[in-house]
Design a protein around this ligand. Structure first.
Ligand code: DP6
Length: 371
């Protein structure tokens, strides 16, 4: 029999950025982070996992092209961890039942589920994943990719585990992936334990708490980025004194303040913190030796536009109406409330007419992983 399951997971965009690891193998961060998960319809990965006794090895296809699963690499780790959870689950459920290996002809009734259960985690898997957006353009494809991979295996193995438990495994695929296990507003708590068992994603608020929150993705370029997040952040850890200041004296307070702003639906505060944190992330990139630049002239011009837009609004006593944020690439994500979306899209198209069609508006921020 072929067992198959499909799951889909959206991209998340951080307001408080994850940048730096204290453990590169387990992917444990140097600071906590917080993000918003986009809705299911737009930027997402859809992954199908299959287990079959005839498969001779684990294999992976990304957007139709086969990729090597490197031994001891991130994908191999996620698959191994999911198989381990499945084994554990089956053994916990039937601790005293005879195992298939030892009693091949015993008690067919029980053996059947035991047999299937144990065998399923020993079968090799074939995994196919598709993104509905360009990979490695600074649009966080690894986040949705690993979240969908782990979710599809959880579904295949029928694991009754929480998103936080799955986030521990997705984290080992790509740090930011752990946050895509939840919809809405999500924190990745850095944790303190050396084994990483407390470095996981938790829900700050569901999407329904602030349904007017929208994200506008401005695709400035869909080229492959220069310095990958993984290598860039390690260089920052090794060379940037500013990062040490950031992780000790800035991020803890920001995590508390932005969580409070989200709970209070205080957009002005949310916007202030989000923009400051994007700025500081790009400052630590610049403080890296040699320096890393992710934003380009168009990115900076969009910042200027949003700053001016907010200045006018603040002057009218209305507070900030938009927040820009940039990850490891030049594309802008603009958070705003529903009532301002149209105005901001028009504004951007007015100042960047040549970019018409290059901006993708993403409405609503629904659910996390949709199985
Ligand atoms: C700038 O999660 O891609 O998007 O853990 O090495 O896979 P690895 O890095 P990754 O880094 C994301 C960095 C960021 C900020 C963020 O999403 O918090």
């Amino acid at each position: 029999a072929v067992y198959e399951a499909t799951a889909s997971a959206p991209v998340n965009i951080a307001c408080i950025k994850y940048w730096g690891k204290r453990d590169t193998k387990l992917i444990l961060p140097t600071n906590s982070s917080l993000s918003v998960t986009l809705d299911q319809d737009h930027l997402r990965s859809t992954t199908t996992s299959r287990a079959d006794p005839s498969f001779t090895e684990d294999r992976l296809w990304l957007n139709g092209k086969e990729e090597e699963i490197k031994e001891g690499g991130r994908t191999a780790t996620c698959i191994a961890e999911m198989k381990r959870l499945r084994k554990q689950e089956v053994e916990d459920k039937q601790p005293n039942e005879p195992k298939v290996k030892n009693h091949p002809h015993h008690a067919p009734q029980i053996l059947r589920s035991d047999h299937l259960g144990l065998q399923l985690s020993t079968h090799h898997v074939h995994i196919a994943s598709f993104n509905n957006f360009p990979t490695a353009a600074g649009l966080a494809s690894s986040a949705s990719g690993f979240a969908a991979l782990v979710s599809s295996l959880a579904q295949l193995y029928k694991l009754p585990v929480s998103p936080s438990t799955l986030s521990l495994i997705a984290r080992q695929g790509s740090g930011s992936a752990c946050r895509s296990l939840f919809g809405g507003f999500v924190a990745w708590e850095q944790g303190t334990l050396p084994d990483g068992s407390d470095s996981l994603a938790v829900e700050v608020a569901p999407q329904s708490h602030w349904p007017d929150m929208h994200a506008l993705i401005c695709v400035v370029s869909d080229d492959k980025k220069g310095t990958s997040s993984t290598s860039g952040m390690q260089r920052t850890v090794e060379t940037s004194p500013l990062l040490q200041h950031r992780i000790k004296h800035v991020v803890p307070q920001r995590m508390a303040d932005i969580s409070a702003a989200i709970r209070a639906r205080d957009f002005d505060k949310f916007a202030e913190i989000t923009m400051r944190d994007s700025n500081q992330f790009h400052a630590v990139a610049l403080d890296t030796e040699p320096p890393i630049f992710y934003m380009n002239d168009v990115s900076r011009a969009i910042i200027a536009l949003i700053v001016e837009y907010n200045r006018v609004s603040v002057e009218k006593g209305l507070g900030r109406k938009a927040a820009y944020t940039y990850d490891a690439g030049p594309n802008a994500v603009i958070y705003t409330l529903k009532e301002n979306v149209k105005e901001i899209v028009e504004l951007i198209l007015k100042y960047f007419p040549q970019r018409e069609g290059a901006f993708k508006d993403v409405f609503g921020l629904l659910g996390g992983v949709d199985v």
